[in-house]
Design a binder for this molecule. Structure first.
Ligand SMILES: CC(C)(COP(=O)(O)OP(=O)(O)OC[C@H]1O[C@@H](n2cnc3c(N)ncnc32)[C@H](O)[C@@H]1OP(=O)(O)O)[C@@H](O)C(=O)NCCC(=O)NCCS
Length: 170
């Protein structure tokens, strides 16, 4: 498996994994109607535009040329954050290959790039019910930072995300 920067040709696979992982990982978190309404075509267009714009980093893990998962990151978007703070915007691996190392490879490469780009720490937001992801983040060195949760509405349901943070230095 290798981790490389996404190209426009990867947009479809990125979108397929995005939608498939949401539908499995968020089944009991996000409403069924919202999950059913997710469109691969919509996400393909969105990711195609993001790849073209180069505004954020998008890395894909490929095995025999097939995308297994992806990670997106950039400067922290939280209000008041410092330029030295990165944010893991999203990481999604195809549910068919969960727990086979793709996520770990993606994170380790993203972390290398964050360090090269001068970032000192990395934060992320995660649903507190997302036990698989939280276990993964703990293994990768992230801890809940104790800040206030973020509340928002999605598909008619009230949801909450909590913030995790990791220092990037060794
Ligand atoms: C969370 C997710 C990205 C993890 O990806 P993955 O490819 O399944 O993870 P890996 O196979 O690399 O990690 C697997 C194992 O290595 C461990 N691990 C991960 N990173 C590690 C690290 N840096 N050091 C040591 N161990 C690590 C994990 O705890 C995990 O344990 P397991 O074998 O008991 O499953 C994936 O499950 C996913 O796409 N979930 C749905 C989407 C999601 O919730 N994304 C996060 C949104 S906030």
């Amino acid at each position: 498996m290798k981790v490389v920067h996404a190209t426009p040709e990867d947009a479809r696979a990125v979108a397929e994994i995005h939608v498939a992982a949401w539908r499995v990982a968020y089944r009991s978190i996000v409403s069924d109607d919202y999950l059913a309404s997710l469109s691969i075509e919509h996400h393909e267009a969105m990711w195609g535009e993001r790849i073209d714009s180069g505004d954020s980093e998008l890395l894909v893990a490929k095995k025999a040329g097939v995308v297994q998962g992806w990670i997106s990151f950039g400067k922290c978007r939280d209000i008041g954050s410092h330029n030295s703070e990165a944010e893991l915007w999203a990481i999604y691996v195809s549910p068919t290959v969960w727990s086979t190392g793709a996520g770990r490879l993606l994170w380790l490469r993203a972390k290398e790039l964050m360090l090269e780009q001068g970032f000192k720490s990395c934060s992320l937001w995660v649903f507190p019910q997302n036990e698989r992801a939280i276990k993964f983040y703990h293994s990768a060195g992230f801890v809940h930072d104790g800040s206030d949760p973020k509340n928002f509405e999605l598909g008619g349901a009230q949801l909450q995300e909590v913030r995790f943070v990791s220092q990037l230095g060794y």
